[in-house]
Design a protein around this ligand. Structure first.
Ligand code: PRP
Length: 189
């Protein structure tokens, strides 16, 4: 299977750049997700978690994580968007899609694909804790090397500040389906 199948440009414009080398392989992803799933299984005995995924990027990780937890789990999703340049966080996050589930008295685990500036997780933690869950923890597959990660209980990998694609991460809505996490080589970099 080609890593980045070409599509007719009129249907799906290609972002300016190309998929670079894989920095996290499917085997490494599988092993780490299994380990986090085992940790959550041990930590949530007798109190089944509600996994809250942050769309869109978390959908692949969330899907694998839910199957790596040996407990009854429920899942729900939120979609948010942050204003301003991603490299200069404005501190403002807007909810595009809220939860369908009432989290009051639930054991909530927020699931993110990547923590970059930490703005999204900071905002969602404050928002969801105000809804009085029985407990609240965060789980991120990837965290930037310089990100604030104090509040994140389950972390998959620390990653450099490069553009990344695959395993849910996109550039211009492309490459989310790739089974590895790759560097993305921008044409203008
Ligand atoms: C990414 C990622 C997080 C957020 C992290 O989402 O999935 O939600 O950015 O950045 P932060 O730590 O600086 O707040 P993105 O806005 O790219 O949307 P997507 O998940 O739909 O790709």
């Amino acid at each position: 299977m080609s890593l980045a199948p070409e599509q007719p440009a009129a249907q799906m414009p290609k972002p300016p750049g190309s998929v670079g080398r894989a920095i996290i392989t499917p085997e490494e992803l599988r092993a780490r997700v299994e380990a986090i799933g085992a940790e959550i299984t041990a930590d949530y005995q007798g109190r089944p978690p509600l996994l809250v995924g942050v769309l869109k990027g978390a959908f692949v990780f969330m899907s694998d994580l839910a199957r790596a937890i040996d407990l009854p789990v429920e899942i729900d999703f939120m979609a948010v968007s942050s204003y301003g340049l991603s490299t200069e966080s404005s501190g403002v996050v807007r909810i595009i899609k809220d939860l369908d589930t009432d989290v009051r008295d639930r054991h909530v685990v927020l699931v993110e694909d990547i923590v970059d500036s930490g703005l999204t997780t900071d905002y969602l933690a404050e928002l969801l804790k105000a809804r009085r869950p029985a407990s609240f923890e965060m789980c991120a597959l990837l965290v930037r090397e310089d990100a604030r990660t104090e509040g994140i209980r389950y972390v998959g990998f620390s990653v450099p500040a490069d553009w990344l694609v695959g395993y849910g991460l996109d550039v211009g809505e492309r490459y989310r389906e790739l089974p590895s996490v790759h560097l993305f080589d921008r044409d203008d970099a």
